[in-house]
Design a protein around this ligand. Structure first.
Ligand code: G4P
Length: 533
């Protein structure tokens, strides 16, 4: 598209109508609930791929450390892609990918800052698991509307009403099922569409690789076909209605209730229903609040923020992609933007979209879309880019790190490479880097949410920056932010150390929570706060 070829008025109308078509969401879950399987099923149904297994070979989903190392080339979509974009009905769907492993939950949180809704996947046999609960809490805190999918209904699982009780009691959200299973878990025949009262009957396909055909039956035909399995579903649905578990768009958008669907991702059951719910109920992108609270309207001049950096996607070119979420205005490749943090200009000649392992050039994008900017070496996660009218979006949330290690170059002669590598990993958000005068620049402290982040850092230092490192684990397990006037007091305490982070935060590290309590008792006025924003 030629820059400036369209009149401003035309552009504004385009932006508003194109943005209204966008649905940007992430699928999140405890590992193994079926996130990768569902992602493929969604793309399959939207005809973005022709056969499940296309985007992510099964081997790409393993999460063990040794696998991670071996799969530097062959990693699945959790690493190689940032988003899948496809059209479904008249909507443009952006499915943002989140890493499967809990050790990378800081990445997941950053992705959640770039979506307008999330799909929470729950394993029908396991109910709410540890990571599910954390993710529910984050979505609630950030006001992200959640659609809940009970997956693996083809296998024996919990009672559906008991599952609804568990969601209500443990998350505080009101579950409002849109569909209700016909047949107990393990005997999944189809679902009752609670809005129409119709029976959507599924039929399987070989290996679940293709779209499962669906038959629509009315109440009488459903009863004739399924007998008591149908009447039980109808009775339970009425019971739900009587207890206030019917969908309300207002409470869904306010994060008070969550629509629930039943599915079997592996058999492609219930996947169409989810796509329809995304199009019909999930919100399109709206104005985004800047750091000072001012909303940036979707038809304001272009703005976006970096939510993910990815290196080594293309081994032929050692490039880095900075993935930005468009917040306002039209993106046109070639635009020259301003980087809010430095005030410097940033050219967008090389803009790409990553789909699985394929990358294609993007010429234009609208609010809600994801653009991969090549060679964003000046960029770091959380950065804002804008055109003409200044804006800076709030910093991305950070996690409270629980693992700490001193990092040193194995070869002291390669100090330059070492420094460059550490700075780079910090900019990408691979690990947090903490520094202090005492430890010096040669031996900064890496801070991580999960120990696998260290494995990634070590691997990247050796392979991408030619500076193999030695890590020495520290015995701290807690970090709290503090203020400048408390640094000396805290440093003087046994087993406590204060370091600083690039964003200016001062982090006091403690061996455990009892040490924090002891310090608080000794200094009742001490400023110590949870570093998770
Ligand atoms: P994740 O990304 O959330 O970690 O989960 P993933 O999709 O990798 O799925 C984890 C396992 O659960 C896989 O089995 C997958 O086939 C299975 N699965 C996903 N959805 C369903 C479902 O709806 N029903 C059933 N029964 N299983 C499902 P696996 O043991 O790792 O591999 P395999 O069984 O395919 O060999």
């Amino acid at each position: 598209m030629q820059h400036g070829a369209l009149s401003d008025v035309r552009l504004d109308t385009d932006i508003v109508s194109e943005t209204a078509r966008r649905r940007s969401f992430a699928v999140i879950s405890h590992p193994d609930a079926g996130k990768s399987t569902l992602t493929e099923a969604l793309a399959l149904h939207a005809h973005a791929i022709t056969e499940a297994g296309h985007i992510n070979g099964k081997s790409g989903r393993r999460h063990t450390v040794s696998d991670w190392m071996e799969m530097e080339q062959a990693r699945g979509i959790s690493i190689t892609s940032a988003s899948l974009q496809f059209e479904y009905r008249d909507a443009v769907i952006n499915l943002l990918d989140t890493p499967g492993h809990a050790d990378f939950s800081e990445d997941t949180y950053r992705v959640l800052s770039a979506v307008d809704a999330a799909v929470m996947l729950i394993d029908a046999a396991k109910g709410l698991e540890a990571q599910t609960m954390k993710l529910f809490a984050v979505c609630k805190q950030r006001g992200i509307p959640l659609i809940t999918v009970i997956n693996k209904w083809d296998r024996p699982g919990l009672d559906p009403l008991a599952l609804m009780d568990e969601i209500a009691e443990r998350t505080g959200l009101n579950p409002t099922p849109l569909t209700w299973p016909v047949g107990v878990a393990g005997d999944f025949r189809g679902v009752l569409d609670r809005a129409t009262g119709e029976y959507l009957r599924f039929t399987g396909t070989a290996g679940g690789a293709h779209i499962a055909p669906q038959e629509v039956l009315d109440d009488a035909s459903a009863f004739a076909r399924e007998g008591s399995a149908w009447s039980t579903a109808v009775e339970e649905s009425e019971l739900l209605g009587a207890s206030g578990a019917d969908h309300s768009q207002e409470s869904f958008l306010a994060g008070v209730s969550t629509p629930v669907l039943f599915a079997s991702a592996v058999r492609n059951f219930g996947v169409h229903a989810l796509l329809d719910v995304l199009v019909d109920l999930a919100p399109s992108p709206g104005a985004r609040a800047a750091a000072d609270g001012t909303p940036r309207a979707i038809d304001a001049p272009f703005s976006a923020f970096v939510f993910k950096m990815q290196a080594g996607m293309d081994t032929a070119h050692r490039d880095r992609l900075a993935f930005v979420r468009v917040c306002s205005g039209l993106f046109e490749r070639g635009m020259v933007l301003t980087l809010a943090r430095t005030g410097r200009t940033f050219a967008t000649k090389y803009a790409q979209q990553a789909f699985g392992r394929e990358r294609t050039v993007i010429d234009s994008a609208y609010p809600g879309d994801v653009v991969g900017l090549v060679n964003g070496s000046d960029l770091r996660v959380g950065d804002t880019l804008y055109l003409s009218k200044h804006v800076e979006f709030p910093p991305l949330p950070t996690f409270a790190p629980e693992h700490f290690a001193v990092v040193r170059a194995r070869d002291a002669g390669r100090y330059k490479q070492f420094r460059r590598g550490i700075d780079q990993l910090e900019a990408e958000g691979v690990v947090q880097v903490l520094r202090s005068e005492l430890r010096g620049d040669q031996a900064p402290v890496l801070a991580a949410v999960g120990p696998m982040q260290f494995e990634v850092a070590e691997h990247r230092m050796a392979h991408d920056f030619s500076s193999p490192v030695r890590l020495e684990r520290l015995s701290y397990t807690r970090a709290m932010t503090t203020t400048r006037e408390w640094v000396a007091t805290l440093d003087a305490e046994h087993g406590v150390e204060v370091l600083h982070r690039h964003d200016g935060a001062l982090l006091a590290l403690f061996s455990d929570i009892w040490r924090i309590s002891a310090v608080r008792r000794a200094h009742p006025d001490v400023v110590l706060a949870d570093p998770a924003a």
